[in-house]
Design a protein around this ligand. Structure first.
Ligand code: IPE
Ligand code: IPE
Ligand code: MG
Ligand code: MG
Ligand code: MG
Length: 337
């Protein structure tokens, strides 16, 4: 459905509409695919359909809030967090409907975090995903509300499908809330603001990155695992899986923000789809300012090695199923935007 036709529609989205709009994703792991790209393309289409289905449709009578939510969440983005949900969950035969909800919810929270990150009171950025930031397009107040509404919509998505067990729903909500809150993304963003103009040591900078960016990435992986029904995964196996995903997530979570900092300092705005050089201009504390570009790139490569090593502790059969996790780690470190 094109955007112009959705603009004429008069209804609001809900679980019924999303079920109809999103036929189940076939459980296809790498062994059924010739390449990672085919795996990723299928899931890119899936997350787009889920987001479109779960967001309210703008109508002639509702305020621009619905349009701002769609603008912020549905147009572009690498969708790394949903990919991590599916890549982790599929290693453990997770419930496909629960993975859909988790993938969509974590991306909505991520989209909200970007809208607020760009606000004048935060990074004051004008470009995001190759287009004007939400507050530039819709005004600050609407952008603020769009962020708020995207965040709570995520929790509606996690709790609106009665076919997902209550136990899994509760665990998904707990993981996402913890990762988005004061001990995770929001707390990390506060550290980022407080660190502006300061020189942090490696420990303090790593902690800031772990919270502002790593927490949501780790939650994506643990949410994928949490979508596995207790009957499919014994307690001891789940505990061991969590430990591996934890180590993998620590490495890629830090690597993700190190690479973000490197790209901010070395790529151009057209490639990034966001304003290059902002960190230096705003005196942000980053790994580039602390270590320099060369050492920051080295650190990202070392972290990739650590992430892959964590997966290597799995059996050959599980490692084969974890190939999308390995490839996502490689892409997080070698990406150009
Ligand atoms: C950007 O995240 C913000 C950070 C956490 C560094 P992404 O690089 O995942 O942004 P999109 O979703 O692809 O636009
Ligand atoms: C923001 O980090 C991380 C979030 C929690 C959104 P940045 O401020 O470096 O992200 P970009 O570079 O604007 O995407
Ligand atoms: Mg920021
Ligand atoms: Mg920013
Ligand atoms: Mg950045």
């Amino acid at each position: 459905m094109s955007r112009s036709s959705t603009l004429q529609a008069a209804d609001l989205s809900g679980p019924e509409r999303s079920d109809a709009a999103c036929p189940a994703l076939p459980l296809q792991t790498m062994s059924f695919h010739s390449s990672f790209q085919a795996w990723a393309d299928l899931r890119m289409r899936r997350i787009q359909a889920l987001i479109d289905a779960h967001l309210p449709l703008p109508t002639a009578t509702n305020p621009p809030l619905a349009e701002a939510m769609h603008y912020a969440a549905a147009l572009g983005g690498k969708r790394i967090r949903p990919m991590l949900v599916w890549a982790a969950g599929e290693c453990f035969d997770a419930d496909p409907q629960a993975m859909d909800a988790a993938a969509c919810a974590v991306e909505l929270v991520h989209a909200y975090s970007l809208v607020h990150d760009d606000l004048p009171c935060m990074d004051n950025d004008v470009l995001r995903r190759g287009q004007p930031t939400t507050h530039v397009r819709f005004g600050e107040a609407t952008a603020l509300l769009a962020g708020d509404a995207l965040q709570v919509r995520a929790f509606e998505v996690l709790t609106s499908n009665p076919q997902i067990s209550a136990c899994i729903q509760a665990r998904l909500c707990a993981l996402l809330a913890a990762a988005a809150g004061v001990r995770g993304m929001a707390g990390g963003q506060a550290l980022d603001l407080a660190a502006t103009g300061q020189v942090l040591d490696v420990g303090a900078l790593s902690e800031m990155h772990r919270r502002k960016t790593g927490a949501l990435l780790k939650a994506s992986l643990l949410m994928g695992l949490a979508c596995a029904e207790p009957g499919h995964l014994q307690a001891e196996e789940r505990r061991r899986a969590e430990a591996v995903l934890d180590r993998y997530a620590d490495a890629i979570g830090l690597a993700f923000q190190v690479v973000d900092d490197v790209l901010d300092a070395s790529a151009d705005s057209a490639t990034l789809g966001k304003t290059a050089g902002k960190d230096a201009a705003q005196h942000k504390a980053t790994f580039v300012t602390l270590l320099g570009l060369h050492a920051a790139r080295d650190l990202a490569r070392q972290l990739l090695g650590q992430a892959l090593q964590a997966l290597d502790t799995w059996s050959p059969a599980r490692r084969q199923r974890a190939e999308p996790l390995a490839e996502l780690a490689r892409r997080i470190v070698t990406r150009s935007h």
